[in-house]
Design a protein around this ligand. Structure first.
Ligand code: NAD
Length: 431
């Protein structure tokens, strides 16, 4: 049994049980929230470029559909296990419920290192997995999306395979609605404008809503972002455009600190040339874009900033470094960046932590908007999508904030309470 996946699942169950206890839910209801409704496990072979076939293990776990069709990404990663997928599916039920979406939670994955595959092999694997899950997904049943190492191109291959199967089985004649089976598609294949930026943009909207409540909305606050991928880059770029002072950025190779504030676009240009953000700023040398310095990834987390934004890895704020964290606010854009121990310590110290299930829900919110456009045969402008995103994430933030204020609990506890109460309100249990 895999340890990391098992631990992740245990952590998800522990917090649900704790919140359920505080909400005084009965055992049967707790079981209904914890147990997945359907576990699909597949062993399938895919030919490689030498004509030999390789065996893969894949999963689709449909956790809870009380609020609507299952929703959640598909991950291609060597560490994928049933327990990990189940944990992620469980957290998707919570995230969709916090976000106020008419979706439940699901997740899929294949244990594979896609970096070792050729493009043709990756396509064959994606199509083979899609064929396997085709019987259990659909626009009103289960709606997958990209996750780690999967992207719009892979969604397009999977959708194509799904549509062939659905048409073979005459499951539906409405081709536009069939597009809604996958989100995170390329725009020309029914994807939505604004999806690429959505997670980062949603995070900035939520941060702004928090600062208004804390009466810090007018200040030019300093921000450090760990990770310069999809989420980190757009969070940094959009927060800079919104008036925050970005002083720290990092990627897997190192970090930079520019006390006077850095330029996200110049950093991106430099990263493209050098292969990393480290070294883009240095004191008194030719590589100086502005006066700044290269620091370690660890030092980035310990910077004396107003807002720290982990947007890369799990468990990076932990027992080893929690006493050195100096930020007043942490916005968890990555999934699970703060361990339970570190969370409790920092929360007690007065650090405001916006939990991942709320902070990064902009991504699944725009996935919902993509699904909605497909289901209603509509196409919205990017501005139209962003406005709806803002309204929706602000509404989710408000519910969580209100609960945390009324009950004097952390935003994380409040987010889980809001989500679980929404799910429970739809779970019908026989008297
Ligand atoms: P990504 O692969 O695009 O980017 C990850 C970034 O992390 C890269 O810049 C990489 O260099 C950096 N990184 C890796 N190791 C690092 C280290 N030791 N220190 C600093 N940086 C390091 O991934 P992403 O899509 O941006 O996702 C980031 C996180 O956000 C993940 O936890 C993911 O599950 C979560 N998330 C993503 C989305 C989404 O829409 N993409 C939605 C919700 C949650």
């Amino acid at each position: 049994m895999d340890n990391a996946g098992t631990k992740m699942l245990q952590t998800a169950h522990d917090i649900i049980k704790k919140v359920a206890y505080d909400l005084r839910l009965d055992d049967e209801t707790v079981k209904r929230i914890i147990d997945p409704e359907e576990l699909h496990e597949y062993s399938f072979t895919v030919p490689n470029q030498n004509g030999l076939s390789r065996l893969y293990k894949g999963y689709r776990i449909q956790h809870n559909s009380a609020l609507g069709p299952y929703k959640g990404g598909i991950r291609f990663h060597p560490n994928v296990t049933k327990e990990e997928v189940q944990a992620l599916a469980t957290l998707m039920s919570i995230k969709c419920a916090v976000a106020g979406l008419p979706f439940g939670g699901g997740k899929g994955g294949v244990a594979v290192d896609p970096k070792l595959l050729s493009e043709a092999e990756l396509e064959a694997l994606s199509r083979a997995y899609a064929k396997k899950i085709a019987a259990v997904i659909g626009p009103t049943v289960d709606i997958p999306a990209p996750d780690i190492n999967t992207n719009p191109k892979i969604m397009a291959w999977m959708l194509d395979e799904y549509i062939k199967t659905a048409n073979d089985k005459k499951k539906s004649t409405d081709q536009t609605q069939l597009l809604a089976t996958f989100t995170g598609k390329p725009v020309e294949k029914g994807g939505t404008l604004g999806r690429t930026e959505a997670t980062g943009r949603g995070g900035v909207f939520i941060l702004q809503a928090l600062l208004k409540k804390l009466n810090l909305g007018k200040n030019r606050l300093t921000v450090a972002v760990q990770g310069f991928g999809n989420v980190g880059y757009y969070f940094a770029k959009i927060s800079e455009e919104s008036g925050f002072k970005l002083v720290g950025l990092s990627d897997s190779k190192g970090a930079v600190f520019v006390k006077e504030g850095l330029s996200v676009e110049s950093t991106l240009r430099c990263k493209k040339e050098r292969g990393s953000v480290a070294g883009c700023y240095c004191r008194g040398s030719v590589c100086d874009i502005r006066y700044g310095e290269t620091i370690t990834n660890q030092e980035l987390l310990e910077l004396p900033v107003d807002i720290l934004v982990p947007a890369a890895l799990e468990n990076i704020i932990n027992e080893d470094n929690m006493r050195k964290i100096r930020a007043k606010i942490i916005v968890e854009m990555a999934n699970g960046p703060t361990t339970e121990e570190a969370f409790d310590y920092l929360h007690k110290k007065g650090v405001v932590i916006v939990p991942d299930v709320l902070a990064n829900s902009g991504g699944v919110t725009v996935s919902y908007l993509e699904w909605y456009q497909n289901m209603h045969n509509e196409k919205w402008t990017e501005n139209g999508v962003n406005k709806r995103l803002q309204k929706m994430v602000e509404a989710s933030f408000d519910s969580v904030w209100q609960t945390s204020q009324e009950k004097k609990i952390s935003l994380k506890q409040a987010a889980f309470e809001v989500a679980i109460e929404r799910i429970v309100s739809k779970v019908r249990i026989a008297p």
